[in-house]
Design a protein around this ligand. Structure first.
Ligand code: AGP
Length: 595
């Protein structure tokens, strides 16, 4: 999950690449680096930590018109200067940046060592640099050297490559890892996504797997893995540069939490016309005629899928299974006669989900991708796409994308229902509840300060839909506050895990479903009897006066959309009070593009 930016053109490459890397920092931020071609040599600068550290390092670097840059999320080798990209070949002929994992790098490295090559890092990336130098030495032709490399390399790679001999060309190679070309006038770019280039251009060319580019300031040449030329039209992206700034918020996560009512309103306007679902008719028929839906996702998106399962089965009476991409991709369960596979992925680039999509496609099944990124890999590789229209989600901890996913799944479920609910009315009630929660966020901050952040671990309890929200709230809390948190079915705790409860352990009970409200309350009594610190988040219709935080009523099937916001804010304030980096938590990246 690294970020790559390359530029060739009339402007100063440094400023454009650094600006692009800053928009990609959410993808990985252990370290960063940049390289420029200047008078027959390549100058490389690398630094650990945030992009600003690199910016300080290169502030006096002379103007250059060709360069590549990289932000790293470590896969091979710890975060260090030596392991940072760009990597340079032994004789300084090739310098490159890489996103992905090369599966056969050890075998290739051993072969290069036998040919006398030496290495200064533990990375698979440096192996590619020396491999290309060797091939370029043999062929004296970068295009042929790349064709040979694509024949020998196995694994996922997006590469930005400079050759010291080539003052007027930038090379880019792509396989199973996101990469896009940006089309300009008097310049061209490559980048891991559109946002990295949107300040310079909104015109892009997709790059498919096993294709490579030779990019000059006036032309982008596309080739297949045999070196045959390919023609492809550019497209205009609707991402706009203003979406990727903080505005008046201290953190992207808080901004994106606040954007959730707008996201719901946008989805209503995009997908509901005169009470009817506004999607492609062929897709609608696929969903309607399927005898079983298989939702496949990872992390927060999988938690949204669990809520989607509940809504579709309740409203549309259609069986739904939910699977983790990382599991499904390696074990196909028994599949029904007429399945439809639904991939939920904010980024559209999650490798675990993509492996599952490729397996589904190999089996000849139809697939829908629900994603926030137009033109993303899982969108392009599925038969159908439904966009979340949530705007770029920058914070690593997903919030508005989850709310968008659940909202869209609710609209799909309702469209299939024999007795549909008034989604316009009910989702507007949800927005009232969300606005109310956000308006009382200081109460949540106080709750966190008094009862949550003091402990090393924490539990969320809930049943049915509240259990699915407990899973998501727990993920939020652990991924940005580093408090070991488990989301638990409230009826299950007593079957073993209650052994972990001790004096002061925070246990947060989530109660919105009337039919099981008392069950969760009794589970909370059980832990309170063991001196846990209980916190009750309840919806007004099932609340007691002494509950800790009460949220406005919504339709019971849509309560996760409001309840989750409390979990998001609990996580936000826990991380804030602990002084951690809220938008870029340790060890994580926004888009997990490696398995
Ligand atoms: C959620 O807060 C995490 N950032 C992570 O679990 C994320 O939801 C997961 O990696 C899936 O990403 P995707 O939706 O882009 O596929």
């Amino acid at each position: 999950m690294c970020g790559i930016v390359g530029y060739i053109g009339e402007k100063n490459a440094k400023d454009i690449i650094i600006a692009g890397l800053k928009t990609l920092e959410y993808r990985g931020y252990d370290s960063s680096g940049i390289a420029f071609v200047d008078n027959g040599k390549i100058d490389v600068y690398r630094e650990v930590g945030r992009i600003t550290n690199l910016e300080d390092l290169i502030k006096d670097v002379p103007i250059a018109h060709l360069g590549i840059g990289h932000t790293r999320w470590a896969t091979h080798g710890k975060p260090s200067k030596e392991n940072s990209h760009p990597h340079t070949s032994m004789n300084k002929m090739i310098t490159l940046v890489h996103n992905g994992v090369i599966e056969n790098y050890v075998e290739i490295k051993n072969d290069l060592v036998a040919k006398g090559y030496t290495f200064s890092s533990e990375t698979d990336t440096e192996v590619i640099a020396n491999y290309l130098e060797e091939e370029y030495k043999k062929t004296n032709d970068m295009k042929q050297a790349i064709v040979n490399m694509m024949n020998d390399l196995h694994g996922a790679y997006a590469l930005g490559i400079l050759c010291a001999d080539q003052q007027d060309a930038l090379y880019c190679v792509k396989n199973k890892t996101p990469m896009l070309a940006g089309v300009g006038t008097g310049f061209n770019m490559i980048g891991s996504d559109a946002m990295a280039m949107i300040k310079e251009t909104n015109k892009f060319i997709e790059i498919n797997d096993l294709e490579f580019l030779i990019v000059t300031k006036d032309k982008i040449n596309i080739f297949d893995k045999e070196g045959n030329s390919i023609n492809r039209d550019a497209f205009i992206s609707n991402v706009n540069a203003t979406d990727i700034n903080l505005g008046t918020f201290p953190h992207y996560m808080l901004k994106e939490i606040n954007e959730q009512p707008t996201v719901i309103r946008t989805l209503l306007s995009k997908y509901l016309c005169d009470g009817k679902l506004n999607i492609d008719q062929e897709l609608y028929q696929q969903i309607e005629q399927a005898d079983r839906l298989y939702i496949i996702a990872s992390g927060t998106s999988m938690h949204a899928g669990l809520v989607g399962k509940y809504l579709i089965e309740e409203l549309a009476k259609k069986p739904v299974e939910v699977h983790l991409g990382s599991e499904f991709g390696y074990h196909l369960p028994l599949i029904s006669e007429k399945p439809l596979f639904i991939f939920i992925t904010q980024s559209g680039e999650t490798a675990d989900s993509r492996v599952a999509l490729q397996l589904v496609k190999q089996q000849g099944y139809k697939a829908l991708t629900i994603t926030n990124v137009e033109g993303s890999t899982l969108s392009r590789e599925a038969d159908y796409t439904l966009l979340l229209h949530a705007g770029p989600e920058i914070a690593v901890a997903s919030t508005k994308a989850y709310v968008a996913q659940v909202t869209l799944l609710a609209l799909l479920a309702n469209a299939l229902a024999d007795n549909p609910i008034d989604m316009n009315l009910e989702l507007n009630k949800v927005n009232v509840a969300i606005d109310d929660i956000i308006s009382r966020k200081e109460q949540i901050e106080k709750l966190v300060k008094d009862k949550v952040i003091t402990s090393r671990n924490c539990f969320y309890l809930g049943r049915n839909l509240d259990y699915y929200v407990a899973l998501e709230a727990a993920l939020k809390l652990k991924e940005i506050s580093y408090i070991q948190t488990e989301g638990f079915a409230s009826g299950e705790l007593k079957h073993g895990t209650i052994a972990l409860i001790e004096k002061g352990t925070p246990v947060i009970g989530l109660i919105t479903q009337e039919k099981i409200a008392l069950n969760t309350r009794s589970a909370l009594q059980e832990v309170k009897a063991r001196e846990a610190t209980t916190i009750i988040i309840a919806q007004k219709k099932v609340a007691n006066n002494d509950d800790d935080f009460i949220i406005e009523n919504t339709h019971h099937l849509l309560s996760p959309l409001a309840l989750v916001v409390v979990g998001q804010l609990i996580a936000y304030y826990a991380a804030l009070l602990k002084g951690y980096d809220i938008d870029k938590p340790r060890n994580l990246a926004k888009s997990v593009t490696v398995e």
